[in-house]
Structure formats: structure tokens, C-alpha cells
Design a protein around this ligand. Structure first.
Ligand code: AMP
Length: 120
């Protein structure tokens, strides 16, 4: 299967993980839409939120629990940040491996960049 995020998870494409554990990895988005733009995703290949099943509960829990660890590591935990999932082509999903966008504006209120978030 050709999945760029599986290739990143498997280290076939070298990308520096800013956080990882047995279920989840996080790395900087290559085309940031905000001053801080990180992708957090499960190692397991799940296409989208639409494909989640009961059996995925542990990995999705791990995904959500990784968020504050990532936010703390990059220094935005206290200031705040935005989380987003794009779902399907109509929702702006380009890569069919479920992932969460973490966006933050640690330096201030960058209104133009915040507008861009709606076009992730
Ligand atoms: P989505 O539109 O929700 O599918 O988001 C996919 C995201 O992956 C986009 O924001 C891309 O900029 C990002 N992306 C694609 N290829 C890479 C890569 N090799 N490394 C980091 N981010 C990537």
C-alpha cells in the first residue's frame, strides 16, 4: 500500500518526530498553515474518522492523550491551540491516513493565519 504517512511512520521517509510512543507519532507539517503546525497520527493505518470502529478505541484514546504531551513539548500547552481533523475529500483531507492537526499562534493573534485554518 502506498501511504506517505505509513512511510513516515516506518521511517522509509526520514522525518523528525517531535513526539512518539508505541501507538502515535507527531511531526511538523511540511506546509504549515500557522506558526506552529503539527500532525499527530496513529502508527496504524486508518483512513479517516469515518473508518473508526470500536476496535480502534485504544489507539484513538492514545492519540488524544498524546496531544497535551506534544503541546507541552513545544511550549503551547498553557497558551492554547487548535485541533482539527479533515474528513474525506469534501472536508479537505488529502492524505488518507487519519491525522490530527495541532495549530498554535504562540507569538500573538495572527488573524490572517487563523483564517487559513479553515482551508487546511
Ligand atoms: P490533510 O489535508 O488533512 O490530509 O492534511 C495533510 C497534511 O499533510 C497537509 O497539511 C500537508 O502539508 C502535510 N504533509 C504532506 N506531506 C508531508 C510530509 N512529508 N511531511 C510533513 N507533512 C506533510
Amino acid at each position: 500500500m502506498q501511504c506517505i504517512f505509513c512511510n513516515i511512520v516506518n521511517k522509509d521517509i526520514p522525518v523528525e518526530f517531535i513526539y512518539e510512543n508505541e501507538s502515535v507519532v507527531a511531526f511538523y507539517d511540511i506546509h504549515p498553515k500557522a506558526p506552529v503546525h503539527i500532525l499527530i497520527l496513529p502508527r496504524e493505518h486508518i483512513v479517516s474518522v469515518n473508518d473508526l470502529k470500536e476496535e480502534h478505541a485504544p489507539v484513538i484514546t492514545a492519540l488524544m492523550l498524546a496531544v497535551s504531551a506534544v503541546a507541552e513539548k513545544i511550549g503551547v500547552k498553557d497558551k492554547g491551540y487548535k485541533l482539527a481533523f479533515n474528513v474525506g475529500k469534501g472536508g479537505g483531507q488529502v492524505i488518507d491516513h487519519i491525522h490530527m492537526h495541532l495549530l498554535a499562534w504562540p507569538a500573538g493573534n495572527d488573524v490572517e493565519s487563523k483564517k487559513e485554518v479553515f482551508h487546511l
